[in-house]
Write a protein that binds this ligand. Structure first.
Ligand code: NAD
Length: 371
């Protein structure tokens, strides 16, 4: 089959549990963009995680690797589930995702956490405290204590000893810092770099490098916070943050803390960027407890597709249109079951239909017409 030139090749990896349900809705919304703006995407679906294990005995089969290698961007659902929990660690579903992250050298993860006025009652914090929160956690993803050597559990002097090592090289800090400053330029021009420089050498290097990189972004304000202070400020004054730049482990923890501000895990998108194809996925997992029941909230995956248009396809106005469509649909009181609406919750596919319809409407309006 001849392919139209100039199309963005999107690798769609639904994965396990609710993954196929939520990615189907994101693709639906992307197709609604095409209905207004003409052909834009070529979707290719690949297996990953438990679904791939069942079909091929590998969590990231060669065919999926080839689809991803040739893609503009990857849109992923989620991987994992109890039926694969007894597998050996090297052939568990999560390995598929880890292998993909390594292959694409995805060294930075963006996790936006924005509190929508219409969902403010769902936040873990009081409305007055959380109103207006709009931040992005920028987490280093390939270095730090999760990957450093030596590591292991060793026997010494008759007892066991657990060892992990945190290592950061200057270039690893430089590249993620550049991404954070560049992102801040598209937002409110403030970077908060988070470390533990009062105790850790890696953090002292981190602070030093971020300060140096910051000098070439004179239009962006830079502040440094210790991670314990940051954790506290995230609940005390979340609106003070714009871009929060941090290492792998601190980012892992702080991004979950930030997630609890927004109301439901079903709302949170993420983007992982690196040296090759970028990966877009919801923050949530495969939710086996509700899988296959048309109950999952597809908003996080649809919002991840919007990030994909912004960062991989340079389609800012369509990205904004999808985000505005999500906000409008939620403002009308439409809720999936995770958001405890007063009204009867809608299904996954109904939520997708409504956001797709709203996206079409917005794209037809002059404000969002393609430049
Ligand atoms: P989870 O995020 O899948 O679910 C936690 C809770 O949130 C569940 O009650 C679930 O029903 C609910 N939930 C999650 N997403 C939802 C959505 N979109 N709409 C409505 N409700 C939603 O986390 P878990 O239960 O700890 O993990 C389940 C499986 O997912 C495990 O196998 C885990 O390894 C895997 N996992 C995968 C990823 C990933 O693929 N990136 C991330 C986290 C967990």
């Amino acid at each position: 089959m001849n392919e139209m030139p100039g199309l963005y090749r999107i690798a769609v990896l639904p994965g396990d549990g609710i993954g196929p349900e939520v990615t189907a809705e994101a693709v639906k919304v992307l197709k609604s963009v095409e209905e207004i703006n003409g052909p834009l995407f070529r979707f290719q679906t690949g297996l990953i995680g438990g679904a791939a294990l069942d079909a091929t005995a590998a969590p990231l089969p060669a065919e999926t690797i080839s689809i991803c290698d040739n893609a503009t961007a990857i849109l992923l659902g989620a991987v994992g589930g109890p039926q694969w929990d007894s597998k050996r660690p090297e052939i568990r579903p999560e390995q598929g995702l880890l292998q993909l992250r390594r292959r694409m050298a995805l060294y930075v993860n963006f996790r936006p956490a924005k509190v929508l006025e219409s969902l403010i009652a769902l936040s873990a914090l009081k409305p007055d405290r959380v109103r207006g929160t709009d931040l992005v956690i920028v987490r280093e993803l390939m270095g730090g204590i999760y990957f450093g050597n030596p590591r292991g559990i060793f026997a010494k002097n008759g007892e066991r000893m657990g060892v992990n090592t945190e290592v950061y090289r200057e270039h690893e800090v430089e590249r993620v810092a550049h991404r954070a400053f560049q992102l801040a330029r598209l937002r409110r021009r403030k970077v908060t770099s988070v470390d533990k420089a009062n105790v850790l050498e890696t953090s002292r290097l981190w602070r030093d490098v971020v300060t140096r990189i910051g000098r070439s972004y004179g239009d962006v304000e830079l502040e440094h916070l210790y991670v314990d202070t940051c954790a506290m400020q995230l609940v005390e004054r979340p609106t003070r943050f714009d871009v929060v730049l941090t290492n792998n482990m601190f980012g892992d923890i702080l991004s979950d803390e930030a997630a609890s501000l927004t109301g439901s895990i079903g709302l949170l998108p993420s983007a992982s960027l690196g040296e090759r194809t970028a990966l877009y996925e919801p923050v949530h997992g495969s939710a086996p407890d509700i899988a296959g029941r048309n109950r999952a909230n597809p908003v996080a995956t649809i919002a991840s597709a919007a990030l994909m248009l912004r960062y991989s396809c340079r389609m800012e106005s369509s990205a904004v249109a999808i985000e505005a469509a999500i906000e409008r649909v939620l403002k009308r009181g439409v809720r999936t079951s995770d958001m405890h609406g007063k009204k009867r919750p809608v299904t996954t596919s109904r939520m997708g239909d409504l956001i797709a319809e709203q996206t079409r409407k917005l794209l037809k309006s002059s404000q969002f017409r393609r430049k």
